[in-house]
Design a protein around this ligand. Structure first.
Ligand code: SF4
Ligand code: SF4
Length: 470
């Protein structure tokens, strides 16, 4: 018998207690220090009392004790295989356009220069082919649910395609007895009651809008082309639709704007629609070296033994090539600020990511697809701006570069290089897009372990508080 590789422990202050979590089974316990000592003694041959044997049986049931490391590693491999093959959910993210009506300074795309004149936009004819392809996947995979996410660019700049796909795929899913959930990730400027009222009967699950700090910071960071601010209009739109659907707020901070987020939280908490916000999450902007970034947060590669520390310079993985919004809730950077903002968000009464249950993300799942405006398929939204990373096309055309990219993505397993890290089941080696952009190797781990550690500490203190009031 051995203690699991995936145990994490947090000593609790002023108590003789320890918070124990297993990231593989997700079991969480508050135990006395004796139990932790017992876990440490497991491998010694010392004899055990009856009480200790009972305790070990309970710990084994929850995954804190395993037979041996070799079989635990084998179970981990099985877990990743099952994650890859799981057919419960078919996830389709459609980029209706790469055009954007914002001119964010951290985004090299959007409404700068003549970008929007040439940026791709899905045609109705292509939308019909995307719908037919999705229907063929519904038939082949037979999932329990279809999660359809509209993203861009700014997805609301192509309403005809958005409505067409929502209506047709709602009918296709319902006709096959499949639940459909629709998400829209938008900058919020064109968000209207009409949109929400039309999507609600089709399975609208929620809308995610982006606010980059308080009014001043946001207006500076996410202006229109002429420099006009967008904060007031977005807030007015959110107020308008909040009674009708779930609204999640995301935000992208950098060294200039991070300190404005508590003021944004004060503002949001004071709004009449505050109780309607389903989630509030903030993430750092990571800029591409070539974008000559201003105010970049220096990020550091952690845990790469023998490698020099290296600042991470790439574009934020979820916006790479796709404009302004963020599609992914699993990207996790600038660990200290992240942890601080996470705690501030909780203090303001909002639901937010706990910083631990972050993955494995959709790039590890065979039945998650991102479709670009021209019908190209991608492994995740973060790669959608890089044509050469396309893993296929909905018309089934055979291109050598796409076949190569597909093979490349199918062998992703950065976590294999993470040795004995206890966070492998919830991290899987970090964000592949970030590794690709920033480390130049999508197969390398992109490590932000301190952020996971801070997340577990926060979970431990929350659990202890809950226990104290129970
Ligand atoms: S690889 Fe990165 S951007 Fe892509 S889904 Fe995973 S966490 Fe998100
Ligand atoms: S990348 Fe993730 S799994 Fe790998 S060492 Fe870092 S925290 Fe652990």
């Amino acid at each position: 018998m051995q203690a699991s590789l995936f145990n994490v422990r947090v000593p609790l202050e002023d108590q003789n207690d320890v918070f124990l979590m297993n990231t593989f089974t997700d079991a969480q316990l508050i135990v006395s220090r004796d139990v932790v000592d017992l876990l440490d003694r497991l491998e010694s041959s010392a004899s055990l009392s009856d009480v200790e044997r009972e305790t070990i049986a309970e710990l084994s049931e929850n995954g804190f004790v395993v037979n041996d490391r070799a079989s635990e590693r084998e179970e981990l491999r099985t877990f990743f295989r099952e994650v890859r093959e799981n057919a419960d959910t078919l996830k389709i993210t459609v980029l209706t356009t790469l055009q954007c009506n914002f001119a964010c300074d951290y985004c090299i795309q959007g409404d700068h220069g003549d970008y929007n004149k040439t940026a791709a936009k899905m045609s109705m004819e292509m939308a019909a082919r995307v719908a037919a392809w999705t229907e063929s996947r519904l038939d082949a995979v037979a999932p329990k649910r279809l999660v359809l996410t509209f993203f861009g660019g700014e997805p609301l700049l192509n309403m005809p395609v958005l409505y067409y796909l929502a209506e047709r795929l709602h009918a296709s899913a319902v006709g096959r007895g499949v639940e459909i959930l629709i998400n829209v990730i938008t900058n919020g400027l064109l968000l209207t009651r009409e949109l929400v009222e039309r999507l609600n009967p089709l399975g609208l699950n929620g809308i995610k809008v982006t606010l980059d700090g308080d009014r001043d910071a946001h207006n500076q960071s996410r202006p229109l082309r002429g420099g006009q601010g967008t904060f007031d209009k977005i807030i007015a739109n959110v107020r308008d639709v909040a009674p009708l659907t779930r609204i999640a707020v995301g935000g992208n901070f950098d060294v200039d704007t991070a300190d404005s987020y508590p003021a944004l939280l004060d503002f949001l908490a004071a709004q009449d629609f505050a109780p309607k916000l389903s989630k509030v999450t903030f993430k750092p902007v990571i800029r591409e070296k070539t974008a000559q970034a201003r105010g970049m947060i220096p990020l550091t590669l952690v845990g790469g033994e023998g490698k020099p520390d290296k600042p991470l310079n790439g574009a934020c993985m979820t916006s790479a090539g796709t404009g302004v919004s963020r599609v992914c809730d699993t990207c996790n950077f600038a660990d200290e600020k992240m942890s601080f903002l996470r705690e501030e968000t909780k203090k303001h009464g909002f639901n937010t990511a706990d910083g631990v249950h972050m993955g494995p993300c959709e790039i590890h799942k065979s039945h998650a697809h991102t479709i670009g405006p021209d019908g190209s398929l991608f492994a995740c939204p973060g790669f959608a701006g890089e044509a050469l990373q396309s893993t296929g096309h909905i018309d089934g055309r055979q291109d050598e570069y796409r076949s190569q990219a597909l093979k490349n993505f199918e062998r992703l397993s950065a976590w294999e290089m993470c040795n004995d890290c206890a966070f492998i089941p919830v991290c899987a080696g970090g964000c592949t897009v970030a590794a690709h952009n920033e480390l130049g190797d999508m197969h390398a781990p992109n490590c932000h372990k301190p952020s996971f550690e801070a997340g577990v500490i926060a979970m431990a203190h929350d659990a202890a508080r809950e226990l104290a009031v129970a």
